[in-house]
Design a protein around this ligand. Structure first.
Ligand SMILES: Cc1cc2nc3c(=O)[nH]c(=O)nc-3n(C[C@H](O)[C@H](O)[C@H](O)COP(=O)(O)O)c2cc1C
Length: 357
Protein backbone atom coordinates (compact mmCIF):
# COMPACT_ATOMS: atom_id res chain seq x y z
CA UNK A 1 0.00 0.00 0.00
CA UNK A 2 1.50 3.42 -0.91
CA UNK A 3 2.34 5.84 1.87
CA UNK A 4 3.59 9.42 2.08
CA UNK A 5 7.13 8.26 1.27
CA UNK A 6 6.31 6.05 -1.72
CA UNK A 7 7.33 7.20 -5.19
CA UNK A 8 4.59 8.32 -7.56
CA UNK A 9 4.39 9.39 -11.19
CA UNK A 10 2.30 12.49 -11.90
CA UNK A 11 1.89 12.72 -15.66
CA UNK A 12 5.43 12.63 -17.04
CA UNK A 13 7.09 13.56 -13.76
CA UNK A 14 8.52 10.91 -11.40
CA UNK A 15 8.44 11.93 -7.75
CA UNK A 16 10.57 10.22 -5.08
CA UNK A 17 7.87 10.78 -2.43
CA UNK A 18 4.41 12.32 -2.05
CA UNK A 19 5.30 15.26 0.18
CA UNK A 20 4.97 18.29 -2.09
CA UNK A 21 6.07 21.85 -1.45
CA UNK A 22 3.06 24.11 -2.11
CA UNK A 23 3.58 27.29 -4.16
CA UNK A 24 4.55 30.25 -1.98
CA UNK A 25 5.13 33.82 -3.09
CA UNK A 26 8.11 35.20 -1.18
CA UNK A 27 8.72 38.58 -2.90
CA UNK A 28 12.48 38.22 -3.22
CA UNK A 29 13.11 38.38 -6.99
CA UNK A 30 15.77 40.70 -8.40
CA UNK A 31 15.05 44.16 -9.83
CA UNK A 32 14.21 42.73 -13.28
CA UNK A 33 11.91 40.13 -11.69
CA UNK A 34 14.64 37.53 -12.20
CA UNK A 35 15.50 34.68 -9.80
CA UNK A 36 18.48 35.53 -7.59
CA UNK A 37 21.27 33.43 -6.07
CA UNK A 38 19.27 33.45 -2.85
CA UNK A 39 16.27 31.94 -4.62
CA UNK A 40 18.50 29.24 -6.11
CA UNK A 41 19.67 28.39 -2.59
CA UNK A 42 16.13 28.49 -1.11
CA UNK A 43 14.80 25.99 -3.63
CA UNK A 44 17.95 23.82 -3.48
CA UNK A 45 17.51 23.50 0.28
CA UNK A 46 13.98 22.15 -0.25
CA UNK A 47 14.80 19.64 -3.03
CA UNK A 48 13.88 16.75 -0.72
CA UNK A 49 10.24 17.41 -1.60
CA UNK A 50 8.74 14.88 -4.02
CA UNK A 51 7.94 17.96 -6.08
CA UNK A 52 8.52 21.66 -5.49
CA UNK A 53 5.81 23.88 -6.94
CA UNK A 54 7.42 27.30 -7.22
CA UNK A 55 5.96 30.56 -6.04
CA UNK A 56 3.55 32.18 -8.50
CA UNK A 57 5.49 33.37 -11.58
CA UNK A 58 4.06 35.96 -13.97
CA UNK A 59 3.86 34.81 -17.60
CA UNK A 60 3.94 38.41 -18.89
CA UNK A 61 4.35 41.94 -17.45
CA UNK A 62 0.57 42.48 -17.19
CA UNK A 63 0.39 39.36 -15.03
CA UNK A 64 2.38 40.97 -12.22
CA UNK A 65 0.55 42.52 -9.27
CA UNK A 66 2.77 42.11 -6.21
CA UNK A 67 6.20 43.49 -5.45
CA UNK A 68 9.32 41.53 -6.45
CA UNK A 69 7.56 38.45 -7.83
CA UNK A 70 9.57 36.63 -10.50
CA UNK A 71 8.64 36.36 -14.18
CA UNK A 72 9.38 33.89 -16.99
CA UNK A 73 9.10 36.19 -20.00
CA UNK A 74 12.63 37.66 -20.39
CA UNK A 75 15.99 36.00 -21.16
CA UNK A 76 17.39 36.98 -17.73
CA UNK A 77 14.40 35.38 -16.01
CA UNK A 78 14.73 32.19 -18.07
CA UNK A 79 18.43 31.85 -17.25
CA UNK A 80 17.72 32.53 -13.58
CA UNK A 81 15.13 29.76 -13.50
CA UNK A 82 17.57 27.44 -15.30
CA UNK A 83 19.94 27.88 -12.36
CA UNK A 84 17.10 27.09 -9.94
CA UNK A 85 16.10 23.97 -11.92
CA UNK A 86 19.72 22.78 -12.16
CA UNK A 87 20.24 23.17 -8.42
CA UNK A 88 17.04 21.27 -7.56
CA UNK A 89 17.83 18.49 -10.04
CA UNK A 90 21.42 18.19 -8.82
CA UNK A 91 20.02 17.66 -5.32
CA UNK A 92 17.70 14.92 -6.63
CA UNK A 93 14.46 16.91 -6.68
CA UNK A 94 11.76 17.81 -9.19
CA UNK A 95 10.33 21.27 -9.79
CA UNK A 96 7.14 22.61 -11.38
CA UNK A 97 6.56 26.30 -12.04
CA UNK A 98 3.30 27.89 -10.97
CA UNK A 99 2.10 30.27 -13.70
CA UNK A 100 0.27 33.12 -11.97
CA UNK A 101 -1.37 35.98 -13.87
CA UNK A 102 -2.97 38.22 -11.26
CA UNK A 103 -5.42 39.97 -13.60
CA UNK A 104 -7.17 42.66 -11.54
CA UNK A 105 -5.42 41.76 -8.25
CA UNK A 106 -2.69 44.29 -8.96
CA UNK A 107 -1.18 47.43 -7.52
CA UNK A 108 0.07 49.96 -10.10
CA UNK A 109 3.34 50.71 -8.29
CA UNK A 110 4.25 47.00 -8.21
CA UNK A 111 4.33 46.57 -11.99
CA UNK A 112 6.22 48.01 -14.95
CA UNK A 113 4.94 51.47 -15.99
CA UNK A 114 3.73 50.21 -19.39
CA UNK A 115 2.11 47.02 -18.05
CA UNK A 116 -1.67 47.14 -18.06
CA UNK A 117 -4.08 45.72 -15.51
CA UNK A 118 -6.67 43.56 -17.28
CA UNK A 119 -9.54 41.31 -16.26
CA UNK A 120 -12.65 39.67 -17.73
CA UNK A 121 -14.74 42.66 -16.60
CA UNK A 122 -13.94 46.19 -15.43
CA UNK A 123 -14.57 45.49 -11.74
CA UNK A 124 -11.85 46.33 -9.24
CA UNK A 125 -10.50 43.81 -6.74
CA UNK A 126 -11.96 45.08 -3.44
CA UNK A 127 -9.09 43.83 -1.25
CA UNK A 128 -6.06 46.12 -0.88
CA UNK A 129 -2.66 44.63 -1.76
CA UNK A 130 0.75 45.63 -0.34
CA UNK A 131 2.73 48.10 -2.44
CA UNK A 132 6.54 48.25 -2.73
CA UNK A 133 6.94 49.33 0.91
CA UNK A 134 4.68 46.54 2.19
CA UNK A 135 1.78 48.85 3.10
CA UNK A 136 -1.57 47.70 1.61
CA UNK A 137 -3.03 50.11 -0.97
CA UNK A 138 -6.07 49.97 -3.29
CA UNK A 139 -5.75 47.87 -6.43
CA UNK A 140 -5.89 49.33 -9.92
CA UNK A 141 -9.22 49.39 -11.82
CA UNK A 142 -8.77 46.78 -14.59
CA UNK A 143 -9.62 47.21 -18.26
CA UNK A 144 -11.93 44.48 -19.55
CA UNK A 145 -10.15 42.31 -22.13
CA UNK A 146 -11.79 42.32 -25.55
CA UNK A 147 -12.68 38.94 -27.04
CA UNK A 148 -9.98 39.52 -29.68
CA UNK A 149 -7.32 39.96 -26.98
CA UNK A 150 -8.03 36.80 -24.99
CA UNK A 151 -6.17 34.40 -27.34
CA UNK A 152 -3.12 36.65 -26.86
CA UNK A 153 -3.26 36.17 -23.08
CA UNK A 154 -3.46 32.40 -23.60
CA UNK A 155 -0.47 32.70 -25.95
CA UNK A 156 1.46 34.50 -23.17
CA UNK A 157 0.87 31.50 -20.89
CA UNK A 158 2.01 29.12 -23.65
CA UNK A 159 5.22 31.06 -24.23
CA UNK A 160 5.84 31.13 -20.48
CA UNK A 161 5.42 27.34 -20.27
CA UNK A 162 7.80 26.87 -23.19
CA UNK A 163 10.30 29.18 -21.48
CA UNK A 164 9.94 27.16 -18.27
CA UNK A 165 10.68 23.95 -20.14
CA UNK A 166 13.62 25.60 -21.90
CA UNK A 167 14.94 26.46 -18.43
CA UNK A 168 14.73 22.77 -17.47
CA UNK A 169 11.65 23.11 -15.26
CA UNK A 170 9.82 19.75 -15.18
CA UNK A 171 6.20 20.95 -15.46
CA UNK A 172 3.93 23.95 -15.04
CA UNK A 173 0.90 24.49 -12.82
CA UNK A 174 -1.82 26.92 -13.91
CA UNK A 175 -2.86 28.99 -10.88
CA UNK A 176 -6.67 29.03 -11.05
CA UNK A 177 -7.25 29.91 -7.37
CA UNK A 178 -6.96 32.86 -4.97
CA UNK A 179 -8.91 35.35 -7.09
CA UNK A 180 -6.33 35.75 -9.89
CA UNK A 181 -7.09 36.00 -13.62
CA UNK A 182 -8.28 32.42 -14.29
CA UNK A 183 -10.51 32.51 -11.20
CA UNK A 184 -11.77 35.96 -12.24
CA UNK A 185 -13.06 34.28 -15.40
CA UNK A 186 -14.57 31.38 -13.40
CA UNK A 187 -16.41 33.42 -10.75
CA UNK A 188 -19.88 34.77 -11.46
CA UNK A 189 -19.26 38.05 -9.56
CA UNK A 190 -16.06 38.99 -11.46
CA UNK A 191 -17.02 37.77 -14.94
CA UNK A 192 -20.02 39.76 -16.19
CA UNK A 193 -19.21 39.19 -19.88
CA UNK A 194 -22.01 38.44 -22.28
CA UNK A 195 -19.81 37.01 -25.06
CA UNK A 196 -18.52 33.44 -25.36
CA UNK A 197 -16.05 33.97 -22.46
CA UNK A 198 -18.77 34.50 -19.84
CA UNK A 199 -22.50 34.69 -19.43
CA UNK A 200 -23.03 31.02 -18.49
CA UNK A 201 -21.10 28.29 -16.68
CA UNK A 202 -19.82 27.08 -20.07
CA UNK A 203 -18.66 30.60 -20.88
CA UNK A 204 -16.99 31.20 -17.50
CA UNK A 205 -14.98 27.94 -17.56
CA UNK A 206 -13.84 28.51 -21.17
CA UNK A 207 -10.73 30.59 -20.41
CA UNK A 208 -9.30 27.99 -18.02
CA UNK A 209 -10.28 25.06 -20.25
CA UNK A 210 -8.75 26.65 -23.36
CA UNK A 211 -5.59 27.73 -21.52
CA UNK A 212 -5.04 24.22 -20.15
CA UNK A 213 -5.64 22.71 -23.60
CA UNK A 214 -3.16 25.16 -25.15
CA UNK A 215 -0.53 24.42 -22.49
CA UNK A 216 -1.03 20.69 -22.99
CA UNK A 217 -0.67 21.11 -26.74
CA UNK A 218 2.54 23.11 -26.35
CA UNK A 219 4.52 21.13 -23.74
CA UNK A 220 2.55 17.88 -23.41
CA UNK A 221 -0.38 17.22 -21.06
CA UNK A 222 1.78 15.14 -18.72
CA UNK A 223 3.72 18.28 -17.83
CA UNK A 224 0.71 20.47 -17.02
CA UNK A 225 -1.19 20.63 -13.74
CA UNK A 226 -3.67 23.15 -12.36
CA UNK A 227 -4.62 24.51 -8.96
CA UNK A 228 -8.14 25.30 -7.80
CA UNK A 229 -9.84 26.41 -4.60
CA UNK A 230 -13.60 26.06 -5.03
CA UNK A 231 -15.58 28.42 -2.81
CA UNK A 232 -12.73 30.67 -1.68
CA UNK A 233 -13.61 34.36 -1.22
CA UNK A 234 -10.03 35.75 -1.22
CA UNK A 235 -9.49 38.83 -3.44
CA UNK A 236 -13.22 39.48 -3.67
CA UNK A 237 -14.37 36.19 -5.19
CA UNK A 238 -18.04 35.18 -4.77
CA UNK A 239 -19.38 32.58 -7.14
CA UNK A 240 -23.14 32.02 -7.18
CA UNK A 241 -22.64 28.24 -7.29
CA UNK A 242 -19.01 27.10 -7.02
CA UNK A 243 -19.92 23.41 -6.88
CA UNK A 244 -21.62 23.72 -10.28
CA UNK A 245 -18.79 25.83 -11.77
CA UNK A 246 -15.98 23.51 -10.67
CA UNK A 247 -17.82 20.30 -11.53
CA UNK A 248 -18.26 21.66 -15.05
CA UNK A 249 -14.62 22.75 -15.25
CA UNK A 250 -13.27 19.41 -14.04
CA UNK A 251 -15.43 17.49 -16.49
CA UNK A 252 -14.36 19.79 -19.34
CA UNK A 253 -10.63 19.25 -18.75
CA UNK A 254 -10.72 15.62 -17.59
CA UNK A 255 -10.08 14.26 -21.08
CA UNK A 256 -6.90 16.29 -21.62
CA UNK A 257 -4.68 13.83 -19.74
CA UNK A 258 -3.20 16.50 -17.47
CA UNK A 259 -0.65 15.62 -14.79
CA UNK A 260 -2.57 16.72 -11.68
CA UNK A 261 -5.34 18.72 -10.07
CA UNK A 262 -3.95 20.54 -7.03
CA UNK A 263 -6.79 21.23 -4.63
CA UNK A 264 -6.72 23.87 -1.89
CA UNK A 265 -9.38 22.20 0.20
CA UNK A 266 -10.97 24.82 2.42
CA UNK A 267 -13.39 23.73 5.15
CA UNK A 268 -15.99 26.47 4.63
CA UNK A 269 -16.90 26.08 0.93
CA UNK A 270 -20.35 24.71 1.81
CA UNK A 271 -19.52 21.35 0.18
CA UNK A 272 -16.63 18.90 0.24
CA UNK A 273 -14.34 19.93 -2.61
CA UNK A 274 -12.30 16.70 -2.50
CA UNK A 275 -15.47 14.68 -3.04
CA UNK A 276 -16.36 17.06 -5.88
CA UNK A 277 -12.94 16.58 -7.49
CA UNK A 278 -13.07 12.81 -7.13
CA UNK A 279 -16.55 12.70 -8.69
CA UNK A 280 -15.63 14.78 -11.73
CA UNK A 281 -11.91 14.21 -12.34
CA UNK A 282 -10.15 10.92 -13.05
CA UNK A 283 -6.53 12.15 -12.88
CA UNK A 284 -4.10 12.55 -10.01
CA UNK A 285 -5.03 14.77 -7.05
CA UNK A 286 -2.69 16.78 -4.85
CA UNK A 287 -4.55 17.71 -1.67
CA UNK A 288 -3.63 20.85 0.29
CA UNK A 289 -4.52 23.02 3.23
CA UNK A 290 -3.86 22.55 6.90
CA UNK A 291 -2.56 18.99 6.56
CA UNK A 292 -0.26 17.30 9.06
CA UNK A 293 2.01 14.33 8.50
CA UNK A 294 -0.62 11.99 9.96
CA UNK A 295 -3.63 13.44 8.14
CA UNK A 296 -1.66 13.38 4.88
CA UNK A 297 -0.64 9.79 5.49
CA UNK A 298 -4.28 8.85 6.09
CA UNK A 299 -5.37 10.52 2.83
CA UNK A 300 -2.74 8.61 0.84
CA UNK A 301 -3.38 5.22 2.40
CA UNK A 302 -7.16 5.67 1.93
CA UNK A 303 -6.52 6.42 -1.76
CA UNK A 304 -8.19 9.83 -1.46
CA UNK A 305 -5.12 11.77 -2.62
CA UNK A 306 -2.11 10.81 -4.73
CA UNK A 307 0.11 13.36 -2.97
CA UNK A 308 -0.27 16.10 -0.35
CA UNK A 309 1.25 19.56 -0.41
CA UNK A 310 2.38 21.68 2.52
CA UNK A 311 2.92 25.42 2.63
CA UNK A 312 3.84 26.87 6.02
CA UNK A 313 5.68 23.72 7.08
CA UNK A 314 8.23 24.05 4.25
CA UNK A 315 9.11 27.64 5.12
CA UNK A 316 10.89 26.81 8.40
CA UNK A 317 11.69 23.14 7.67
CA UNK A 318 13.86 22.79 4.57
CA UNK A 319 14.26 19.08 5.40
CA UNK A 320 10.52 18.50 5.94
CA UNK A 321 10.51 15.01 4.40
CA UNK A 322 13.27 13.83 6.77
CA UNK A 323 11.42 15.30 9.73
CA UNK A 324 8.20 13.55 8.69
CA UNK A 325 10.07 10.27 8.23
CA UNK A 326 11.55 10.50 11.72
CA UNK A 327 8.48 11.97 13.40
CA UNK A 328 10.66 14.92 14.43
CA UNK A 329 9.30 18.23 15.73
CA UNK A 330 8.68 20.99 13.19
CA UNK A 331 10.18 24.47 13.46
CA UNK A 332 7.75 27.42 13.36
CA UNK A 333 7.93 29.98 10.57
CA UNK A 334 8.23 33.69 11.32
CA UNK A 335 5.34 35.43 9.53
CA UNK A 336 7.05 38.81 9.59
CA UNK A 337 9.61 37.56 7.04
CA UNK A 338 7.21 35.82 4.62
CA UNK A 339 7.35 38.71 2.12
CA UNK A 340 10.24 41.05 2.77
CA UNK A 341 10.41 42.54 -0.73
CA UNK A 342 14.23 42.50 -0.83
CA UNK A 343 16.05 40.18 -3.22
CA UNK A 344 19.02 39.88 -0.85
CA UNK A 345 17.04 39.20 2.32
CA UNK A 346 18.01 35.78 3.66
CA UNK A 347 16.19 36.32 6.97
CA UNK A 348 13.33 33.86 7.34
CA UNK A 349 14.17 32.53 3.89
CA UNK A 350 17.40 30.55 3.58
CA UNK A 351 18.48 30.75 7.23
CA UNK A 352 16.20 28.05 8.67
CA UNK A 353 18.54 25.15 9.49
CA UNK A 354 18.04 21.47 8.77
CA UNK A 355 17.97 19.11 11.76
CA UNK A 356 21.36 18.34 13.24
CA UNK A 357 22.42 14.95 11.91
C1 LIG B 1 3.87 32.98 2.32
C2 LIG B 1 2.82 32.28 1.48
C3 LIG B 1 2.75 32.54 0.12
C4 LIG B 1 1.82 31.87 -0.70
N1 LIG B 1 1.84 32.09 -2.05
C5 LIG B 1 1.07 31.31 -2.87
C6 LIG B 1 1.22 31.37 -4.29
O1 LIG B 1 2.07 32.11 -4.86
N2 LIG B 1 0.42 30.57 -5.04
C7 LIG B 1 -0.50 29.73 -4.48
O2 LIG B 1 -1.22 29.02 -5.19
N3 LIG B 1 -0.65 29.65 -3.13
C8 LIG B 1 0.13 30.39 -2.32
N4 LIG B 1 0.05 30.23 -0.96
C9 LIG B 1 -0.86 29.23 -0.39
C10 LIG B 1 -0.11 27.90 -0.12
O3 LIG B 1 0.32 27.31 -1.34
C11 LIG B 1 -1.03 26.88 0.62
O4 LIG B 1 -2.17 26.67 -0.16
C12 LIG B 1 -1.41 27.38 2.00
O5 LIG B 1 -0.29 27.81 2.75
C13 LIG B 1 -2.16 26.27 2.78
O6 LIG B 1 -1.31 25.15 2.96
P1 LIG B 1 -0.66 24.87 4.41
O7 LIG B 1 -1.81 24.79 5.38
O8 LIG B 1 0.09 23.57 4.29
O9 LIG B 1 0.25 26.03 4.70
C14 LIG B 1 0.93 30.92 -0.12
C15 LIG B 1 1.00 30.67 1.25
C16 LIG B 1 1.93 31.32 2.06
C17 LIG B 1 2.01 31.00 3.53
Amino acid sequence: MPDLFSPVRLGEVDLANRVIMAPMTRDRAGPADEPTDLMVEYYRQRAGAGLIVTEGVQPCPAGKGYWRTPGIHSPAQVSGWARVADAVHAAGGRIAMQLMHVGRAAVRANKAPDAETVAPSAIACPDPIPGPDGVPVPTEMPRALTADEIPGVIADYVLAAQNARAAGIDAVELHCASGYLPMQFLSSNSNLRSDGWGGSVAGRIRFVAETLAALAGAIGPGRVGFRICPGVTFNGMADADPAETYAALLRAVDGLGLAWCHLIHIPNAGFDALDLVRANWSGAVIENCGQTRDSAQALITAGKADAVSFGYAWIANPDLVDRFRMGAALAKADRTTFYTGHGDDARGYTDYPAMKG
